[in-house]
Design a protein around this ligand. Sequence first.
Ligand code: SAH
Length: 487
Amino acid sequence: MMLRRSLARLSPLLSNGALRLNPKPSLSSSSRSFCSSSQTLSPSPSSSKLDNDHTESSGDSSPAVAISIDRSGLCNPPEHAHEPSSDSELVKHLKSIIKFRGGPISVAEYMEEVLTNPKSGFYINRDVFGNSGDFITSPEVSQMFGEMVAVWVMCLWEQMGQPPSVNLVELGPGRGTLMSDLLRGSSKFKTFTKSLHIHLVECSPVLQRIQHEKLKCTDELINEESGAKSAVSAITDAPVTWHASLDQVPSGSPTIIIAHEFFDALPIYQFQKGARGWSEKMVNVSEDSKFRFVLSPGPTPALLYLSRRCQWAPREEVAKLEQIEVCPSAMDLTRKIAKRIDSDGGAALIIDYGKDGLISDSLQAIRKHKFVHILDDPGSADLSAYVDFASIRHSAEEISENVSVHGPITQSQLLGSLGINFRVETLLQNCTEEQAENLRTGYWRLVGDGEAPFWEGPDEQTPIGMGTRYLAMAIVNKKQGVPVAFQ
Ligand code: SAH
C-alpha cells in the first residue's frame, strides 16, 4: 500500500518535469540488440565461418569427465615472422597470446581481451556511445530511463526502512547518464539523497572521466592506500568513488546495485554439439594470419562450466540445442552480489537483453551502429552476448537462502509499473515541439515493441522499441520483501 502511494507520489513529481539539456541522440542510432529495419545488417554474426580443426577427439560425450587439454589435433599456429604492419596493438597482442600458448584461445578470453584489455580494449580509450559512437543504450535514449530507476531505488530504500547511509553501486556506468538522471530526478527527496554513497565500478579511465564530468564532480581525492578516486557530485552533494571491480566497493552498509547492460559485456564460452558430444569453440590464427574459429578436438577445462550450467536446465532444453553459451563471470558476479545483499541488506536491479533460459548462439559485434563479424578487426567493435537470466537466478539462489530473485520481467513492464506514462505526460506539458517529438520517440524506444507505428519520418530512422527484448531481474534481501514492479 505504502509503496503504491510512493509510486503515485514519486513518478509525476520527479524534478518538476524538467527536461535535461543534453542533446538527444538521433533516431537512427541503434541499440545493441536492435537495429532499424533498414540498416545494413550483415548475415547473422553468429553464422561466422567455423573451421573444424579437430582430428581425433576422446570420443567421450560427457562434458564433466576427466579434463585435460588436448591441443595435438589443432594446427600449430603459424610463425608470424612478417606480421602485417597494419595490425593494431590489440591484434598483435591476441596473436602473440595464441602463438605463445601454442594453440587457440577460448572465446571468453578473446572477448575479455577485446573489450577490456587495459591498453587497447574496446571500452578503455574512448567514448563508444551515442551517434558518433558504436551503439546506444536506454539511458542515452531518454532521461526517463534513469528517472524510473530512481523511483525503483527510492521505493526500495523505503522498504529498507530509510537507512541513513546506503551504498548505491552502479556496475559499468558508461557515460554516467543513468546515475546523473537518477540523482537529478531524486534531488527533491533530501533524506534519500543524503543517505547516498555512490560507487561506480568502471574499468575504463576515459569513461571514468566522462562520468566525473556528467555527475558534476568536485573535490577530488585519491585514497593513498587503495588508490581509489573519490569526489563529490554537485547534483546532490553525494560522495562518489570509482572502483575497478565490485570486490573493491566497501561492504558493511545496506547496498543497492544497478547493472544496466553490464552483464552482456562479460566474457562467454561457446560450445558446439558434434557426433562425439560437446566441443569448445575457440579462436585461432590461420596460415594467412587471420583469426578464425576452430573446435577443440577434445574436452577443455571450460566444459566444466557447461556441465555446471546444464545441471540447472531440463534435459529436453539441452537436447534441443546444437550450440550453447555459458558465462561463468556472470555466475561469479551474481554470487558476489547475492552474498553482499545477504550480509549487508538491500537489492540489485539487473537490466539487459537476454532470455530466461539457456542461450544458444548470441555473441555479436557492433561497430558504428552496424553488425560486423566477431573476428573482424578486434577492439574496434563492441562484443556482447545475450544474458542468461536463468543462470543468474540459480547462482543467487544457490549461494544464499536469505535472498529472493524476482523476474525477469520486460523493460516495458518495469518502466510501466514505475510510472513512465505519468512521467512522459508531465514532461510533454512543458516542452517545445521538437522536444515533444524526442520524448515520444524516446518513450517508444524504451517501452515499445518493434517499429513505432506512429512514425512518419524516413524509413531508415524508424524508432525500434526495446521494451520486450530487454529484461529486468531483481535480487533482494528477503527482509526487504518484494521490490516494486516485481509484485
Ligand atoms: N550502463 C551503461 C554502459 C553499458 S556498456 C549504459 O547503459 O549506457 C558497459 C559498461 O561497462 C562500460 O562502461 C564499460 O566500460 C564497463 N565495463 C565492461 N566490462 C567491465 C569490467 N569487466 N569491469 C568494469 N567495467 C566494465
